[in-house]
Design a protein around this ligand. Structure first.
Ligand SMILES: [Zn+2]
Length: 258
């Protein structure tokens, strides 16, 4: 019990630090900037941040959400993303203990956070986290479940890739504009690697339902039809991951009619 709490607190702190890093990666890579240089600085006055201004959440709170030099307002996105990531890291252990599921959950939630950051700010889904995430998930499957599961996962990813390309081609033709981004296609391919075909379909359907109210709001309120689909897809992935077992038994019920 004490040990569990210790691990959860430790993971929360690790999650805060990683969340801060993801914020940098998700804000800089889409603009083709280096992750390392220049050092973190204030976007308004260019003031280079000292070590004590880089402590996740704490610095933000102590500085009342403002730059220590020019007092410009700092984005609430920083502490929000850090806390969200810390929470997800802790949740991974609370739900699964030390296991394949725990590592997979950390990888998926890291990608979730990175996509939130880059897709909401720039409508870009980064390739790097998806590629790294796919490779790590596939290697974990090979290690934990053996070669047949590994190859089946690769096939599943490829099937989802082809499926999304077909949907995109159809959508582009019907709506006479880009219906799905290339990033969405890659994201669902990643789903295929993680979940196999059936649960990936469930994630895509769920993601569409989640995105629908937001898409309605955007098209009515802002006359802007561009909606980032990625955050909704990855949110759906996380929900499906947490409720994997009930969804699986429901699908069995559905397919075999028992
Ligand atoms: Zn400043």
């Amino acid at each position: 019990m004490i040990f569990d709490i210790y691990v959860i607190v430790l993971l929360f702190v690790l999650g805060l630090v990683m969340g801060s890093f993801y914020m940098v990666v998700g804000s800089r890579l889409p603009k083709n900037e280096s992750i390392i240089k220049p050092r973190s600085h204030c976007d308004s006055c260019g003031h280079e941040l000292k070590w004590y201004e880089l402590i996740p959440v704490l610095s933000y709170v102590l500085q009342f959400g403002r730059c220590s030099k020019c007092k410009a307002q700092l984005s609430i996105m920083y502490p929000f993303i850090e806390i969200l990531n810390g929470f997800l890291f802790s949740l991974s252990y609370a739900l699964y203990g030390f296991s394949y599921e725990m590592i997979a959950f950390i990888i998926i939630s890291s990608i979730l956070v990175l996509i939130f950051v880059s897709d909401f700010q720039y409508m870009i889904i980064l390739d790097e986290p998806l590629i790294i995430g796919s490779v790590v998930i596939l290697l974990l499957k090979l290690y934990y479940f053996g070669f047949p599961t590994f190859t089946r996962s690769i096939y599943s990813g490829l099937i989802m890739f082809v499926f999304m390309l077909v949907i995109k081609a159809l959508g582009d033709k019907i709506f006479k504009r880009e219906s799905l981004g290339g990033g969405d296609v890659k994201l669902v391919t990643f789903f295929g690697f993680v979940f196999g075909v059936r649960l990936s379909f469930v994630s895509v359907v769920l993601g569409s339902f989640l995105a629908f109210p937001y898409a309605m709001y955007i098209s009515l309120a802002k006359k802007d039809r561009e909606v980032p689909f990625g955050p909704f897809l990855i949110l759906a992935l996380l929900i499906v991951f947490i409720f994997m077992d009930p969804i699986k038994s429901f699908l069995n019920l559905f397919v075999y009619g028992i």
